[in-house]
Design a binder for this molecule. Structure first.
Ligand code: ADP
Ligand code: MG
Length: 621
């Protein structure tokens, strides 16, 4: 396996390849691409078959990690240890995903509904960032093998609707995989670049990008002017894609053959064979009129007319999303100059025809729809490398800028390589009841702990009115103007008190110092991540310990002596684990405490509701 090319003994830094790679980190499939002799190409695996790496991570009996096709093969026999669709969880809290938990075959958990989700595999807890990093490592490996050189710079794409936390999580995953993520690019922007739409006309153009993948559908309306892309609107359905087409075919066969789903579920290998045949049928019907296959002595068939009937309603839903996206952008179909088709499922002829019909125009579909996003990412990478002379490079922030949060963690607010001028902000709150002051310490750098970054300044927001912890809403804003001057503002939104500082110029670092800081951040990514995970687990545990204390006091009257004792026992155990340094043990103790207290909390809630209804008349009588 390729390592970051620093010779630890001599301290020499070997010449890194200057190549910047483009990565499409997809929900279903991921790819890596680069510019070869002037043209973008996606890289195939060792077997030379496919450019796609299924975005699936499997943990085998020895906890060895397998990614891609081999991991996909384990989906049926070992679902608990085979993680798919992890992109859906990136940068999400448990609150964000609890209503879709049943969709996943593996265990997602979080005791504190506001903090980021974790996934339990055997007795270890993984973040979506760590799992995504495994997919990125596989891609990095793939291109390093292909080119026989060390690669450390990348552009990674994300959906246009990804928020700040999801983008930051994607950057962190890159760092953990040993990649310096120079830019996060929107998938529809990348796809448009691959088709060269920015070079098709002098004047501004409006583009619709229709992306139908395995499990998600996105429509984005973009405006391009002078090589600058702006997202006007996005719409879509995060649970609609090619997998639903497969399922429709499977259901059709089950009905036709009078099969019983329950008895099928008892024969997992047959069910899996039928599932794969359904996907195969769908693919065949993209180019042919009929599909037929013999499975277990039974003939299964479907023709294109039948298939189109099955998926018509689903395609109609995507067209409804297109209408909404246009409406949000204040445009109508005729205002769209070009339509770009992205995602494996746009090979389905009904999808293509319906989109062309709706916009009243031919669609762009000459490039491989699986690869087009990665190809565009490679082009963006080439622009950043300065190889495309007709593209202008704007001023950018050389290192990330952020503040210190609980436990000495760095929370970056403006990621490195952001175009200047820029503005970004995030909301914070207090961690102690009645807290009146909040110290805002501003740092520059890529490391997870502020102690390893450079401090640029600090100030104190004073006079926050007394409120319980967690109630104040403190907005911290970073503003960099065109001259590179950074202004940091803090404002408590309930009382409107505010405070700010100004930090001048490029903050006094030479290019060499900057390069050194960057290399260090990548070099230490794994250790930093571990420490961050431990600190985060401790923070979360401390919150839970506090709320458990409060809970026991407030509900003394409805808890039995035994319940209080058992709660305290789990409480004590968690407290001990917090003092140690094993994050998995902290997570486990949190899970245990939570499992025990959840039914008690529900009971307390019921009592509270009953009490508050007493004396009030409800309903008719
Ligand atoms: P994602 O962006 O979600 O990672 P992809 O763009 O890789 O997904 O799309 C994967 C989907 O494309 C799968 O559902 C797959 O079955 C479907 N697909 C691939 N080839 C074809 C084809 N020839 N006809 C129809 N669907 C296809
Ligand atoms: Mg995709």
């Amino acid at each position: 396996m390729a390592k970051i090319s620093i010779d630890i003994k001599s301290g020499n830094v070997k010449k890194e390849s200057d190549l910047i790679i483009g990565i499409d980190l997809g929900t279903t499939n991921s790819l890596v691409a680069y510019i070869k002799e002037g043209n973008p190409v996606a890289v195939k695996g060792k077997n030379g078959k496919s450019t796609l790496v299924p975005s699936i991570v499997h943990f085998d009996k020895e906890k060895k990690i397998i990614v891609g096709d081999q991991a996909k093969a384990k989906l049926v026999e070992d679902p608990e240890n085979t993680i798919y669709s992890v992109k859906r969880l990136l940068g999400k809290s448990y609150n964000d995903v609890q209503n879709v938990q049943q969709y996943f075959g593996y265990k997602i958990l979080d005791e504190d509904p506001d903090s980021l989700v974790k996934i339990r595999v055997k007795d270890k807890y993984y973040t979506p960032i760590e799992l995504s990093a495994e997919i990125l490592k596989e891609l990095k490996n793939r291109i390093e093998t292909e080119l026989n050189q060390n690669i450390s710079k990348a552009v990674i794409t994300v959906p246009a609707y990804f928020n700040d936390a999801q983008r930051q999580a994607t950057r962190d995953a890159g760092k953990l995989a040993g990649l310096d993520v120079l830019r996060i690019v929107n998938e529809p922007t990348a796809a448009s670049l691959a088709y060269g739409v920015d070079k098709l006309a002098e004047e501004a153009q409006t583009i619709a990008v229709y992306d139908l993948g395995g499990g998600t559908f996105d429509i984005s309306i973009l405006r391009i002017e002078n090589g600058i892309f702006e997202v006007l609107s996005t719409n879509g359905d995060t649970y609609l894609g090619g997998d639903d087409f497969d399922k429709a075919i499977l259901d059709f066969w089950i009905k036709e053959q009078h099969l019983n789903l329950e008895s099928l579920e008892k024969q997992p290998s047959l069910l899996q064979e039928l599932r794969l045949a359904a996907e195969q049928a769908k693919k065949v019907l993209s180019t042919e009129k009929n599909y037929q296959e013999n499975i277990g002595g039974v003939k299964y068939s479907i023709n294109k007319v039948q298939f189109n009937q099955l998926i018509q309603a689903l395609i109609d839903k995507t067209i409804d999303s297109c209408k909404s996206a246009l409406k949000d952008a204040n445009l109508s179909a005729k205002d769209i100059n070009h339509i770009v088709m992205v995602g494996g499922s746009t090979r389905v002829p009904l999808a293509k025809e319906s989109v062309a019909n709706f916009f009243g125009k031919e669609v762009f579909d000459k490039l491989n729809p699986d690869e087009v996003v990665a190809l565009g990412a490679a082009i963006q990478a080439d622009i950043l490398a300065g190889n495309q002379k007709d593209m202008l490079l704007l001023d950018i922030t050389p290192l990330s800028l952020g503040i210190e949060t609980v436990g000495g963690l760095m929370d970056s607010i403006i990621p490195r390589n952001s175009k200047v001028p820029t503005k970004a902000g995030r909301n914070y709150t207090t961690s102690i009841d009645g807290q009146a002051n909040l110290k805002v310490s501003v740092y520059q750098g890529e490391r997870d702990l502020v102690e390893h970054n450079r401090k640029l300044g600090e100030f104190i927001l004073k006079g926050i009115p007394p409120m319980p912890a967690g109630l104040p809403k403190i907005e911290i804003q970073f503003i960099i103007n065109a001259d590179g001057i950074l202004k940091v503002k803090a404002k408590e939104l309930r009382s409107n008190i505010e405070q700010e500082i100004e930090i001048r110029s490029q903050y006094g670092l030479s290019e060499e110092e900057m390069a050194k800081m960057l290399l260090e951040s990548i070099h230490n990514a794994e250790g930093d991540m571990k420490q961050r995970a431990l600190l985060e687990a401790r923070n979360e545990a401390n919150n839970i310990l506090l709320s458990t204390d409060k809970f026991i006091v407030q509900n003394a009257s409805i808890l039995s002596k035994e319940e209080v004792e058992t709660t305290l026992k789990f409480h004590q155990k968690l407290k001990i684990k917090v003092a140690e340094t094993d994050k998995d043990a902290i997570n486990k103790a949190m899970e245990e405490l939570n499992e025990y207290t959840t039914p008690l909390a529900h009971r307390a809630m019921d009592v509270t509701i009953r009490e508050s209804l007493k004396g009030k008349k409800v309903g008719k009588d």
